[in-house]
Ligand binder design. Structure first.
Ligand code: DGL
Length: 267
């Protein structure tokens, strides 16, 4: 049965749009409501309690828009709030960790795994615990990169400062086969990161893996939008005084994006 209701997506800012972009490639007919909690950005330095509280507010807002499923398009919220909100809400809620862990598990050549993410995500051990429980012989190296998400919000993803910052953060990663971009803002630095690590290291964009899984879930739950038309997306921000428009229009190649952005009333 067709379900034309939108998918809700949630992040602290512009990073979740890297997930939205991948999701739309693989699920072009789906409609999306995106919420960026720009008023409370950054999430990466906040406590677990705050992240849970803010994630619930985001979910409540998306539910008020009649969404059929929710994607937590934020590594920080996935690592610290996903389990809690999955217990509290009945709607399907998916985060960015599981699909990527599954992908690595199925690709046995990716044993030496690097992870970069926000301070909160690394502190939570969310990636490390899942990877270790699923792939006990994986060798993990990880690093918190607290400057990257604010730089991405600023649009500083390919300049000299971005290159130097990436170089400094990645200097201790040795012999890794893959690097998980554990924060959804980081795919914006993909070019710099790939240049720094070389072509032999696979850079994993979690949105790409999540989008494939989400497609399967929608089919399984009979919630897929069966329309033959391309789906639309709307973006809500809790504070619109940000650089969001510039970064988003470049990322999504959508010069008209300003018209899709509305102010969200989330207390
Ligand atoms: N995009 C986010 C993440 O995936 C959060 C960045 C932040 O708000 O600090 O972790």
């Amino acid at each position: 049965m067709a379900d034309e209701r939108p998918i809700g997506m949630f992040d602290s800012g512009v990073g979740g749009l890297t997930v939205l972009k991948e999701f739309r490639k693989q699920n072009p007919q789906e409609n999306i409501i995106y919420l960026g909690d720009t008023k409370r950005f950054p999430y990466g330095s906040k406590s677990k309690e705050s992240i849970i509280e803010l994630t619930k507010k985001g979910i409540d807002f998306l539910l008020s828009k009649n969404v059929k499923a929710i994607v937590i398009a934020c590594g920080t919220a996935t690592s610290q709030a996903l389990e809690e909100v999955q217990k509290q809400y009945e709607i399907p809620i998916i985060g960015i960790i599981d699909s990527t862990v599954q992908y690595i598990k199925e690709n046995r050549n990716l044993k030496n795994v690097g992870i970069i993410a926000t301070t909160g995500t690394i502190r939570s051990g969310g990636w490390q615990n899942k990877l270790h429980s699923q792939i006990p012989d994986a060798i993990l190296s990880y690093k918190a990169c607290p400057l990257l998400a604010p730089m991405a919000e600023e649009g500083w993803t390919e300049n000299e400062i971005a290159k130097l910052t990436i170089k400094e953060y990645l200097k201790d990663f040795e012999n890794i086969n893959c690097l998980i971009l554990g924060c959804t803002h980081y795919p914006l630095f993909k070019k710099c990161i790939q240049e720094e690590l070389g072509e032999k290291v696979e850079i994993i964009n979690t949105g790409e893996k999540l989008a494939k899984d989400m497609k399967k879930i929608l089919i399984h739950e009979q919630k897929q939008n069966e329309s033959t038309q391309e789906g639309s997306y709307e973006i809500y921000l809790t504070d619109t005084e940000t650089n969001f428009v510039q970064v988003a229009s470049k990322l999504l190649k959508a010069p008209e994006i300003k018209e899709k952005i509305k102010k969200a009333d989330v207390e």
